[in-house]
Design a protein around this ligand. Structure first.
Ligand code: COA
Ligand code: ZN
Length: 298
């Protein structure tokens, strides 16, 4: 049987939050709709954080209210404190993804929390999400390195994953927010998480900042991970991570996985079309390889 790898599209959130281009709410909705037409079934469609911290996500509530909910797509809202969780519940997000942080330096700059404070905040907010009957996931950001304080101990990542599991999350993402991981780090951190939190269902989130993005996806898939975050066009980055660049590009990931015989359910040519549409909408080229080279020659 063909093994299925589920791609979570993060372009409308991670992708747009730090892009120099500006999309109107209507353009964001068009982006989302194009992604849905490309076969995306699960996507981060907005972020419920302070609009002062991340102005590009200030219209996330309008985006959620404008979504066409009849397409069977699960729209994820990102949150990292109680206010964000309540706002995400208000707009009836299909899933809430809570951001934990594995590094002290990034934690302070990004959300003014230590790693343990972020886990405590999740424990505090989780009952609200469960009461609202909304699926809850978490992402451990800077799981492979912190832009301010450097090395991150895999033990901290594993400990956060275990605490997230105790809070009742259905899936834990490990985020290489600043694109420092190599395939060997990926295996090492996943192994550590599996040792200390054996029942955690994993998702991996890579940025291609140092060129290892696709190799890291391959390493994660080889260890048995079935869910990968990616952004159309390879846009993205975190405003609180200096020199951050984009996520692994959805079309590049789909190409790589499908050539290897995995199934993603996504339509490569529609993704490439959407990446080209994004270039026009954002007013600059995007970084994905497939949007330049196209798919396998026929
Ligand atoms: N949504 C909207 N507004 C929020 C909010 C949320 N989830 N959380 C806090 N705020 C508002 C407060 O109401 C307050 O507004 P005011 O100045 O008008 O009174 C202001 O933000 C500051 O609140 P405070 O609790 O003092 O937060 P802070 O200044 O210590 O900042 C965060 C902490 C978490 C709110 C902020 O750092 C943040 O939103 N970071 C998001 C970073 C991010 O999204 N990174 C990328 C994704 S990982
Ligand atoms: Zn990211």
């Amino acid at each position: 049987m063909t093994r299925r790898i589920d791609i979570v599209e993060v372009g409308p959130r991670d992708g747009l939050q730090n892009d120099p281009g500006n999309l109107s709410t209507d353009q964001k909705l068009e982006f989302i709709s194009r992604l849905e037409d490309s076969g995306v079934k699960r996507m981060e469609s907005g972020s419920f954080v302070s609009p002062k911290a991340v102005p590009k996500m200030a219209d996330s509530a309008e985006v959620f209210r404008g979504l066409n909910r009849s397409k069977g797509v699960r729209h994820i809202a990102l949150a990292l404190n109680e206010k964000g969780v309540r706002r995400a519940i208000d707009v009836q997000a299909d899933e809430i993804n809570f951001v934990l942080v594995a590094g002290e330096g990034f934690g302070e700059k990004n959300q003014r929390m230590s790693p343990q404070q972020s886990a405590d905040m999740l424990a505090h907010c989780a009952p609200l999400v469960h009461e609202a009957n909304i699926p809850l996931s978490a992402t451990v950001s800077v799981a492979f390195g912190d832009p301010y304080t450097g090395e991150v101990d895999p033990a901290i990542v594993a400990n956060l994953a275990a605490q997230a599991q105790r809070a009742g999350v259905s899936e834990v993402g490990l985020g290489d927010t600043i694109g420092v991981a190599t395939p060997w780090d990926v295996r090492r951190v996943i192994e550590r998480v599996r040792t200390e939190a054996p029942d955690v269902y994993l998702r991996l989130h890579f940025h291609n900042t140092r060129g290892a993005g696709l190799a890291n996806v391959a390493a994660a898939v080889e260890t048995g991970v079935d869910v990968i975050d990616a952004s159309c066009g390879g846009i993205g980055g975190c405003p609180f991570a200096p020199a951050a660049t984009g996520n692994v590009a959805t079309e590049d990931v789909v190409y790589t996985l499908e050539r290897a015989g995995f199934e993603t359910g996504l339509d490569l040519s529609k993704l490439i079309e959407t990446a080209k549409w994004l270039e026009t909408a954002l007013g600059h080229p995007v970084s994905s390889s497939l949007s330049r080279a196209g798919g396998f020659p026929t």
